[in-house]
Design a protein around this ligand. Structure first.
Ligand SMILES: C[S@@+](CC[C@H](N)C(=O)[O-])C[C@H]1O[C@@H](n2cnc3c(N)ncnc32)[C@H](O)[C@@H]1O
Length: 330
């Protein structure tokens, strides 16, 4: 039997990022993303160490290929190590300090009477992540009547691609799903949604962004007001979006909530990132429109801003207060 197949117990350690872009990473958010993304896999978190940003997963050994395929879809995962435990084989073995690659334990060492073999089997592609960073990728904008390639550093609408991935994972939809971003900005969510294999419908009120958004979406991008979406009821499997933070835009954000409820299919989720102090009125409007809060995950943004991601769900058809309403777009 090859050495790699000899073990008494095999587990995996998912190492979360400690930071991305300008802010740190909340362990609870990384954990929620993992649970949502791995929902179809027979995995369970068996141990975790929030202070070291990692969780241990138990899964059948044949699940490893699926775990490896999942990792690049996690915005907050940085590495995956496999841990093979040889029960009782540590007796008489001299304890050595564990080796590390970056901050991930690798190599053989003794835990109690057991011997553990830690192997790094995946690490995130940081080059690819940086290439998708909002302040490093170019974006087409219509400026002074001409379409120009700009660097979005100028635009102050920057959602890290890691945060966009977390949001998409929290939506819990499968390949081919239709995801709508009504406040699409320079397309951080749109870009990741496409990479995930979702169909994406997006738009923004700021017409200058349309050429770049079209490029990000690989299809149409609308100039629209999110408070009056030209989309049919129940068309979206998920709405994933980051509304504006400016105080003067908040009335429209509140008015967008019933629209988001209307276009979601029953059972679909709206995943919305907001700034902590601005949550109250839009959340109330969303609740009045029939959406139910299912989850709330914190994201640390630049300059100490704390931005919760709200995960709201439209109830399934049998108990859906929005379902009976007429729809002028149908
Ligand atoms: C925080 S930014 C979104 C950033 C986006 N997630 C990204 O990755 O670039 C909010 C966007 O909402 C747009 N916006 C503001 N009011 C709007 C409205 N009523 N309808 C649609 N878009 C609106 C702004 O033009 C801005 O691009």
């Amino acid at each position: 039997m090859p050495e790699s197949e000899r073990f008494d117990r095999r587990t995996w350690v998912v190492h979360f990022r400690t930071s991305r872009g300008a802010g740190g990473v909340e362990h609870a958010t990384a954990r929620a993303e993992l649970i949502a993304a791995a929902r179809h896999l027979p995995v369970a978190i068996v141990h975790e160490h929030a202070a070291f940003n990692r969780v241990w997963l138990a899964a059948p050994p044949e699940c490893e290929a699926k775990l490896l395929a999942l990792m690049p879809r996690l915005g907050y995962a940085e590495a995956l190590t496999r841990v093979d435990t040889h029960v009782g084989a540590g007796v008489g073995v001299q304890h050595r300090p564990p080796e590390k690659i970056e901050r991930w334990l690798v190599g053989e060492y003794r835990r109690g009477d057991d011997l553990e073999v830690h192997t790094l089997i995946w690490r995130a592609d940081e080059e690819a992540r940086r290439a998708r960073s909002p302040h490093l990728r170019q974006f087409k904008m219509r400026l002074d009547g001409e379409v120009q390639r700009t660097l979005s550093r100028r635009q102050h609408r920057r959602l890290s691609c890691c945060d966009a991935m977390v949001m998409l994972n929290l939506a819990r939809v499968d390949d081919g799903a239709l995801v709508v971003d009504p406040f699409a900005g320079i397309g951080g969510i749109v870009l990741e949604a496409r990479r995930f294999g979702y169909r994406c419908v997006c738009g923004d009120i700021f017409a200058a962004l349309a050429p770049g958004l079209r490029e990000m979406a690989g299809g149409p991008a609308a100039v629209w007001n999110a408070a009056a979406l030209p989309l049919p009821a129940r068309c979206a499997d998920a709405v994933v979006t980051e509304p504006p933070y400016e105080a003067e835009a908040q009335e429209e954000v509140i008015r967008a909530m019933p629209e988001i409820a209307r276009i979601l299919r029953p059972g679909g989720r709206a995943v919305i990132m907001m700034q902590q102090p601005l949550i109250g009125p839009p959340l109330q409007a969303a609740t009045e429109a029939g959406l139910r809060e299912r989850e709330r995950c914190l994201v640390r943004r630049a300059r100490g801003m704390r931005a919760p991601i709200l995960v709201l769900e439209r109830p399934t058809a049998d108990c859906d207060p929005v379902a009976g309403e007429p729809d002028e777009h149908e």
